[in-house]
Ligand binder design. Structure first.
Ligand SMILES: Nc1ncnc2c1ncn2[C@@H]1O[C@H](COP(=O)(O)OP(=O)(O)OP(=O)(O)O)[C@@H](O)[C@H]1O
Ligand SMILES: [Mg+2]
Length: 355
């Protein structure tokens, strides 16, 4: 399942032309600033995930200087269904001309996106590790995304109480069932990822282990008991810091290599390989649960791999099957079948079809 064609109308610097895509690997090449990440972002939006978080303030999505503030993305799936996303003051999503929602879209066309920052998943902030897990869980457990945002709203509410020096019992009571449910789902998610990772030992043969570290907790096995106990243990700290320190918003995934912390045990290049293996494990986890290969959007993810690592990556991607959009500013020419596109100032040209 993937996109047969996508048309971008008034979207960033991308020319308004219908593009046909290969059902396999689509390699987007081009200079810095040509529009590769914009194309990935367009596909991310038309799959129900919204604009990419590029770590900078998101500038306006409609093309500058066009005079119009309305953006339209149109895509045809391999199933021949037509998806339309119109962005003006709000999002309007239609599938085969019927009003639809972002969650329905994500269910219809599972997509996983990996940005350059995700390559520091092993040594970087816990935000990247939670993002990977949440992306997988949002695809395989329909109510997950909604419950997570409900939980986050509750945490913001609690933070407000703590900031004002007010008791937070009401927020804690509302958060307990959500927090313990999210912990249960995340623990299952980590186990699934760890299991799927076993299939990518060629890429990361370093005995990688994964486990969930519950935020501010870990006193009891049962999630609800643990949350309640952690609140008692950390109550004073939360009041002193005026910030909630207990709960899934402070979770981490502990990554080890032969039982040592992978962040210090592995070299930079080997950490990049581990990041790639985790990304493929995420994709495999989704496939196992949904019975469909998710579409992968990869932005500059092969940048720091050595030539052997790159070949290993592309041959693993090829063996996986399914549709992939991979952006690269480096001239790479993998030994596997792929369609190569050249992007220049938002103009997309197919330059090669390797079979
Ligand atoms: N709303 C917009 N209208 C027109 N152009 C835009 C808009 N938003 C962003 N751009 C331009 O799109 C250009 C291409 O951005 P993009 O991030 O896709 O480049 P890239 O090919 O991924 O580059 P890099 O190799 O550096 O990652 C940016 O330089 C920016 O000036
Ligand atoms: Mg880019």
């Amino acid at each position: 399942m993937g996109f047969k064609r996508v048309r971008f109308n008034n979207f960033r610097n991308i020319e308004p032309r219908e593009m046909r895509w290969s059902p396999g690997l689509n390699l987007l090449t081009g200079e810095n600033g040509s529009g590769k990440t914009n194309i990935l972002e367009g596909i991310n939006i038309i799959s129900g995930w919204g604009p990419l978080d590029r770590g900078t303030k998101t500038l306006s999505i409609p093309s500058w200087n066009s005079g119009s503030t309305e953006v339209q993305l149109t895509g045809e799936l391999e199933s021949s269904e037509i998806i339309k996303v119109k962005i003006s003051r709000r999002y309007a999503i239609r599938i085969d001309d019927k009003a639809s929602s972002a969650s329905e879209l994500r269910w219809k066309i599972p997509v996983l996106t990996f940005l350059p920052d995700d390559m520091s998943i092993v040594e970087g902030s816990s935000v990247f590790r939670r993002r990977l897990l949440d992306m997988v869980l949002a695809l395989i457990i329909p109510p997950y995304a909604m419950r997570l945002s409900e939980y986050r709203r509750g945490v913001r509410q609690k933070a407000l109480f703590l900031k004002r020096g007010m008791p937070s019992m009401i927020a804690d009571r509302a958060l307990l069932p959500l927090a313990s449910w999210i912990w249960r789902m995340r623990e299952e998610g980590v186990a699934l990822l760890a299991d799927s990772l076993g299939g990518f030992e060629q890429l990361a043969p370093f005995g990688i282990g994964l486990s969930l570290k519950r935020g501010g907790a870990g006193f009891e096995r049962d999630c609800a008991d643990d949350y309640a106990k952690a609140l008692v243990v950390n109550g004073e700290r939360e009041r002193a810091m005026r910030f909630p320190v207990v709960g899934p918003h402070r979770d981490d995934i502990i990554i080890t290599s032969q039982s040592r912390p992978a962040s210090s045990a592995l070299s930079r290049g080997l950490r990049r390989r581990t990041a790639m293996a985790l990304m493929l494990a995420a994709s495999e986890s989704v496939r196992r649960k949904l019975g469909r290969e998710p579409v992968l959007l990869l932005d500059e993810v092969a940048a720091e791999l050595d030539p052997a690592g790159k070949e290993q990556l592309f041959s693993t991607l090829h063996a996986r099957g399914g549709q992939i959009f991979a952006a690269t500013a480096e001239p790479i020419s993998p030994e596997v079948p792929c369609a190569v596109y050249k992007i220049s100032s938002g103009k997309i040209d197919k330059i090669e079809e390797k079979v």
